[in-house]
Write a protein that binds this ligand. Structure first.
Ligand SMILES: [Zn+2]
Ligand SMILES: [Zn+2]
Length: 241
């Protein structure tokens, strides 16, 4: 909120509506902040899915086992639940753009130390279908991706990958059919040779990783050498897909 508006409207937490919260914190108070669950090991080395319990001898989860993936690893900052999930939904579906610093902060706390100095060249947000982007008037992944790119001092490119088909309901498809369906939804948006670049794909929420994998697949086809995925939040599925 601007200083004048902040004077007219007391700055309060947009989650609990009670405690004071500042614009720089995305209008989320310290108490609500403490509810956010950051993802800590052990988790799947490939897709970042947290494993229940403290000790495990598994490296990859059941979902990644025997699955062809085009990204090296996918990570998320927090578990998609409670405050974090509520904020993401309001940010994306209700245009609650004042939450952007909060969401960017969640991602940057985890992604920046992991990525800085590791030779990453570009940030590519998961694109929306143009019809959906016109309706929503912004791409949430690009909003957050911009913050990450700036923090890492590397460019963000939104002109490389296009979403050519809106995703349809996939509930009646099995895992391989879903992957094929999602792969068909993305294509190169231009004839660029990425010449062995290392690319960070950014999204707001990672669920199965199928969408991010489809984007990684296109980038690899365009000549990217390494692709990793970072998202703000990871949906932790309790049932196998
Ligand atoms: Zn609060
Ligand atoms: Zn996995």
């Amino acid at each position: 909120m601007e200083p004048l508006l902040g004077f007219l409207y007391p700055e309060c937490c947009q989650i609990c509506g009670e405690a004071r919260a500042k614009a720089a914190d995305g209008y989320v108070c310290a108490g609500c902040w403490r509810e956010v669950r950051f993802i800590r090991p052990p988790y799947c080395a490939r897709c970042g899915l947290p494993f229940p319990g403290a000790v495990t001898d598994k490296a990859e989860c059941a979902n990644c086992h025997d699955r062809e993936l085009h990204f090296g690893s996918a990570r998320a900052a927090v578990v998609a639940e409670g405050v974090a999930l509520d904020v993401i939904h309001r940010f994306k579906y209700s245009r609650a753009l004042w939450f952007e610093p909060f969401l960017a902060d969640l991602l940057l706390r985890e992604a920046k130390p992991a990525l800085a100095g590791a030779g990453w060249d570009l940030v590519v947000p998961v694109p929306l279908h143009p019809v959906k982007e016109r309706e929503r008037e912004f791409n949430q992944a690009a909003r957050i991706g911009r913050r990450l790119a700036d923090a890492l001092g590397i460019p963000m490119r939104t002109d490389l990958v296009a979403r050519t088909e809106p995703t349809r309901t996939q509930t009646r498809l099995d895992r391989d059919e879903r992957a094929a369906n999602v792969h068909r939804a993305f294509a190169p948006a231009c004839a660029v040779d990425l010449g062995g670049a290392s690319v960070v794909v950014v999204d707001d929420v990672l669920t199965t990783g199928a969408t991010a994998d489809a984007v990684a697949r296109v980038l690899r086809k365009m000549g990217a050498d390494r692709v990793c995925v970072w998202s703000v939040a990871r949906a932790v599925l309790t049932a196998p897909e």
